[in-house]
Design a protein around this ligand. Structure first.
Ligand code: ZN
Length: 438
């Protein structure tokens, strides 16, 4: 069974379809009616300070009353029924047919049925100005801090500013306070210009960092992954795992396999992904993940004509309990428009293969789509379908995909796949209640 994810095999999660707000209701057919509507919207809008959904609707549709269309098209990005949006959030602006005022239509008003769209009272719900996240500049980075109950995806990290929730920010502060200054990195930093990201060696791994603070943070994260989670960050282990799995591939291809330096953002993502599984991880028990690696490329298939591929983002190797992530995922936004979330999600998916394998049977039995671990039931029409295209591969991939959304976009999962959400929620809640149970 393949346990890989590629940049092209996973469809985007379903999103709520754009509502045209009843604009088609009562539409008589005929050109006269059509002439009074104009196709408007399309593309995106990045929320600026002072924006409200009504104002955005007014700018893009010429009609503030259409704010609900924008709200309904962005269920993961607006909160509190549209009262709350955040500066920097990128909103989808669906194309809709907007009724146009009859001005300019020849003939006196009232002589035909074609009147201007009636003025619509703007619901004040859309009139709450966008909030600014709390900006924090620290020795360990620059952040925009969102409340813990901020629903859905955080805006894209950009220009070195990282988007985090309050709880995560507090964790980072504690980490930074307790980080013992690594004398090797201090010495290293003397020689670094940091004009651009530089590759340094931290705990035996090549890592690209843009500042001494990032290097220290990476050292701290590697230390925690090893000492608290009992997992080795060891990229050569990933190369060895690929070689062991793809043993029919010619040596000329195998020779091309090599480790790849970590990007700082990839270490952040891996560390966050592991954090979701923290109650399952300790140094004493074999849990199905013993090492994590950054490898340049995997192999496409274990055949005599197999070759290195450029699409696999991550892969779990059960033979050596290794999770590897690959260069194909470094800039990916396959499932999530925010690359940082994508990186974390890919790591969660692969970790779930190793850490939640014993849940696969209970999962497919509870969710009704699968007849067994690999075959769907005969009639899937009434079954809850896997969330993503790739989740249709088999029950194990289905569980890894759903777990990835459970931790990064829980609203999307609970909305589209309530049975899947409920099953994983029960499992995860069990971890925290019984930290010794495995
Ligand atoms: Zn997988």
């Amino acid at each position: 069974m393949k346990s890989r994810r590629t940049t092209e095999s996973t469809a985007s999660p379903p999103t709520a379809s754009a509502s045209a707000m009843g604009m088609n209701s009562g539409a008589g057919n005929g050109a006269a009616q059509d002439a009074l509507k104009k196709r408007m919207g399309g593309g995106t809008w990045t929320v600026a300070a002072g924006d409200t959904l009504s104002r955005i609707a007014s700018r893009r549709y010429g009609n503030a009353a259409l704010w609900e269309t924008i709200r309904d098209s962005n269920p993961d990005r607006v909160q509190d029924g549209g009262r709350l949006i955040y500066v920097g959030t990128e909103l989808d602006i669906p194309e809709v047919d907007v009724p146009q005022p009859a001005a300019g239509v020849s003939g006196a008003a009232g002589t035909s049925g074609a009147a201007a769209a009636p003025p619509v009272a703007v619901d004040p719900i859309g009139e709450c100005p966008a909030q600014l996240p709390d900006a924090r500049v620290t020795a360990f980075g620059t952040f925009e801090v969102y409340p813990d109950d901020y629903e859905g995806l955080l805006p894209r990290s950009h220009d070195g500013v990282q988007m985090v929730r309050q709880a995560r920010f507090l964790e980072l502060e504690i980490e930074a306070e307790t980080a013992t200054v690594n004398p090797d990195i201090d010495a290293l930093a003397e020689d670094m210009s940091f004009a651009t990201p530089e590759t340094v060696v931290i705990a035996g791994e090549q890592v690209r960092v843009a500042s001494k603070a990032e290097a220290q943070h990476v050292a701290q994260m590697f230390k925690e992954i090893k000492e608290v989670y009992g997992i080795h960050v060891d990229s050569q282990a990933g190369v060895d795992a690929v070689k062991a799995r793809y043993d029919k591939v010619p040596a000329t291809e195998i020779e091309k396999l090599r480790t790849k330096e970590w990007e700082y953002k990839e270490v952040l993502a891996l560390h966050s992904a592991l954090g979701h599984f923290a109650p399952l991880l300790d140094t004493q028990v074999n849990r199905g993940v013993r090492s994590v690696s950054k490898v340049h490329q995997s192999i496409n298939e274990n055949e005599a004509d197999g070759h290195v591929d450029r699409k696999t983002m991550g892969e779990y190797f059960g033979n050596t309990d290794n999770v590897s992530i690959f260069t194909a995922g470094t800039e990916s936004t396959t499932d999530f428009e925010d690359n940082q979330t994508q990186l974390e999600a890919t790591a969660i998916h692969e970790l779930a293969h190793g850490l939640m394998e014993k849940e696969v049977t209970g999962y497919w039995q509870a969710t009704g789509y699968w007849k067994n671990a690999t075959t769907p039931v005969k009639d899937v029409r009434n079954a809850e379908e896997p969330l993503t295209t790739y989740g249709h591969t088999n029950a194990s991939e289905d569980l890894s995909e759903a777990t990835m959304f459970y931790f990064t976009a829980p609203d999307t999962l609970s909305y589209s796949c309530p049975l899947r959400y409920a099953y994983i929620d029960r499992v995860v809640t069990g971890w925290s209640k019984q930290p010794d149970a495995r």
